[in-house]
Design a protein around this ligand. Structure first.
Ligand code: SAH
Length: 243
């Protein structure tokens, strides 16, 4: 039985892969990867390495998680070095914990290899610090995509805060998110950024307010994330990556 490396691929820019992640990719017998992991990373694999793609292009959803768990498990029964490669960090809305639990129950050895999360790195490439002295002392990372079948687990009242709020998977709910934030009392002109395809050559940042960001940003290509908070204003001085 092999070892599974639950590995973060970083947010897009291939140079944001960690040295440790690169090492396991180079030694991998099989790499099971997602839509958000930069496929150029696969070029680093050794000859004969097997690639298994478990994401679908046309939706947010990958294979059912249960099936992905089983694919990883079966790979570990056959190979010594199994890399499960995920966008950003495996434990930030990456279901890395669930995959770890599945493997633990079946006595498969695993290691987590953290990745640079898009939640911090993508705003950073857009010149938006998630914390900034004198502006905000904390930030939170929230899912903007909730299963429609279940009741909302987001407690909007909790967003009456000066925290920077980063919404992942939220572009399709942008209108709803901005409305909710205004309903709980945030000002119409509260700053918002939407950053599309962050850290990639075609990164694009759109700056607006709770009131107008939906119209400005709704057609941006995914992946995209939403940043809400006063730190967004620093973009004008700190933007460095987008030409
Ligand atoms: N584990 C990942 C997040 C998975 S959730 C991480 O740590 O980064 C997927 C969401 O992340 C996307 O819907 C999008 O909101 C965000 N995301 C990932 N990569 C991105 C990128 N390059 N640019 C903008 N948003 C990104």
């Amino acid at each position: 039985m092999g070892t599974v490396y639950l590995t973060g691929a970083g947010p897009g820019d291939i140079d944001l892969l960690t040295v440790k992640a690169l090492r396991v990719v180079q030694q991998a017998d099989v790499i099971i990867y997602d839509r958000l992991a930069n496929p150029d990373i696969l070029a680093e694999a050794k000859d004969g390495c097997e690639f298994v793609y478990v994401g679908k292009e046309d939706s947010h959803h990958t294979l059912p998680q249960e099936e992905i768990n089983e694919v990883i498990y079966q790979a570990a029964l056959k190979h010594d070095n199994v890399v499960r490669l995920k966008g950003g960090d495996p434990m930030v809305f990456g279901r890395g914990g669930e995959e770890g639990l599945y493997l633990r129950e079946r006595n498969i050895k695993f290691e987590f290899i953290p990745g640079i999360t898009s939640a911090i790195a993508v705003p950073e490439y857009a010149g938006i610090p998630v914390t900034h002295r004198g502006v905000t002392v904390s930030f939170r990372v929230v899912t903007g995509h909730e299963s429609r079948k279940t009741h909302s687990q987001i407690h909007w009242e909790n967003f009456k805060t000066d925290d920077t709020i980063v919404f992942l998977m939220g572009l399709h709910n942008l209108n709803k998110i901005t409305k909710k934030l205004m309903e709980i009392g945030k000002a119409k002109d509260h700053p918002v950024a939407v950053i599309s395809r962050g850290t990639r050559p075609d990164e694009k940042t759109v700056i607006g307010t709770l009131e107008d960001i939906y119209e400005k940003a709704k057609d941006l290509p995914t992946p995209a994330l939403i940043v809400v908070g006063e730190v967004v204003k620093l973009h004008h001085q700190l933007s460095w990556f987008e030409k």
